[in-house]
Ligand binder design. Structure first.
Ligand SMILES: NC(=O)c1ccc[n+]([C@@H]2O[C@H](COP(=O)([O-])OP(=O)(O)OC[C@H]3O[C@@H](n4cnc5c(N)ncnc54)[C@H](O)[C@@H]3O)[C@@H](O)[C@H]2O)c1
Length: 384
């Protein structure tokens, strides 16, 4: 009989739904000692959170996250609310001895993130940040290929994260989902929202970034605020590009925007090394492209006319996570990355091995984001 793990979910929006779905499904597919129980969910508007609780099968709901944290029957606080709430909630949850799963970016600033790391370490509570793209099987396979030494010494890392949903100047800022355009709530624009994902993946695959040089742009200068109706200056970065030097000496380029007409969630990376390369595109999520270099002077027979990139359909049982899902050739989707993440978190509780990325790991991503924004302001290279 699985041990129950009582979840207290904060937020019923995009992430409230992906996380609730993950808790509900994980034990059907993964063999685990722990079983999440949808104990309570929380948001400020009672009618909305009540409807959410009923729809997803939560046993109860709260309208104040402080009350949720006070409850003795909650084991895990899941922070799925906007970025400006993460710090305060995490500090209180750690103090109350709760396990914490926090959405990305970890915090609004470095200082906040440092305090959050200190809080969970002092409390000794298991913690994880939802950088879910690590759990796309094709990205996990890229990590396996890198760890097996098949890319070798890295020369280049190239990432893009492109969307197009804020091009119209009448898209308001503030309020549900649109808080992303309001720097007071989001902290930053595409840097914290999109590039944080690219940075997490990059550092996971290629090690820490040592220094950056960045430029940002805000294309629409003023927008109406959805909650107040006031037209106010837009202070987020609509687009950001930066150069990076990794600690291993390789060079990186990162580009992100919400103004790439036609691009919806174009999250790509390519890594070029001495022995090979890998390429991934989230709009083709079950494919990992891999190029293997064959040394013409080696003893191995080289068939030059067959040299080229392989498109690996990452659905075989031997691919990461895929033995838990369907049969080879059948794909999984976006929601499964959250299910895979919960499974890893629960496995970590079983084994006692901290699951990654934890708060400490996400602090480094935060530091890179802060350095990128600082570099864009000062127009200078910034060391991490
Ligand atoms: N991992 C990912 O790929 C991914 C994707 C999207 C969003 N996110 C992150 O998830 C978080 C939430 O984003 P979203 O897209 O779900 O936003 P959303 O606007 O869809 O939902 C936010 C939810 O938080 C609730 N909320 C706001 N303030 C609150 C408060 N003070 N107390 C309780 N509830 C409160 C809102 O009612 C809403 O239900 C953000 O940090 C965001 O960066 C991560």
């Amino acid at each position: 009989m699985a041990k129950p793990l009582n979840i207290g979910m904060i937020g019923y929006g995009f992430m409230g739904r992906t996380h609730s779905n993950a808790y509900a499904k994980v034990n059907h597919f993964f063999d685990l000692e722990y079983k999440p129980v949808l104990k309570a969910c929380c948001a400020r508007k009672e009618d909305k959170i009540k409807a959410f609780a009923e729809n997803w099968g939560y046993e109860s709901y709260e309208t104040d996250w402080r009350r949720l944290i006070e409850r003795d029957d909650i084991d895990v606080i899941d922070i799925g609310s906007p970025n400006n709430t993460h710090h305060e909630i995490a500090l209180a949850a750690a103090k109350a001895g709760k396990m914490i799963l926090c959405e990305k970016p970890l915090a609004m600033t470095n200082t906040e993130a440092e305090e959050m790391v200190e809080a969970v370490e002092k409390a000794g509570v298991p913690n994880m940040v939802w950088y879910n793209y690590r759990r796309v099987p094709a990205i996990s396979l890229a990590k396996q290929i890198v760890d097996e030494g098949r890319v070798g010494k890295t020369f280049h890392y190239r990432a893009t994260y492109l969307q197009d949903w804020t091009i119209a100047s009448d898209v308001p800022q503030g309020g549900a989902a649109l808080w992303r355009l309001d720097a007071k709530v989001a902290g930053s624009g595409v840097t914290g929202d999109l590039l944080a994902h690219s940075i997490d993946t990059a550092e996971w695959l290629n090690g820490p970034i040592a220094r950056v040089s960045a430029a940002t742009e805000t294309f629409v200068k003023e927008r109406k605020h959805a909650e107040t109706g006031e037209v106010t200056p837009v202070t987020i970065d609509d687009a950001c590009m930066f150069l990076a030097i990794f600690e291993n000496g390789s060079m990186g380029t990162f580009e992100s925007t919400r103004y790439a007409r036609g691009r919806k969630n174009y999250n790509t990376f390519e890594m070029n090394g001495e022995k090979g390369s890998v390429f991934f595109d989230l709009e083709d999520p079950h494919i990992l492209q891999y190029f293997k270099y064959a040394d013409p002077n080696s003893d191995a027979k080289v068939e030059d006319h067959l040299t080229g990139w392989q498109r690996i359909h990452v659905t075989n049982f031997e691919h990461p996570y895929m033995d838990k899902w369907w049969v080879p050739g059948c794909t999984i989707g976006y929601e499964h990355t959250f299910i895979n993440a919960v499974a890893d978190f629960l496995k970590g509780l079983e084994t006692g091995e901290a699951v990654q990325p934890d708060f400490k790991c996400a602090l480094h991503t935060q530091k890179v984001c802060d350095a990128v924004l600082k570099s864009a302001r000062t127009k200078e290279w910034v060391e991490i």
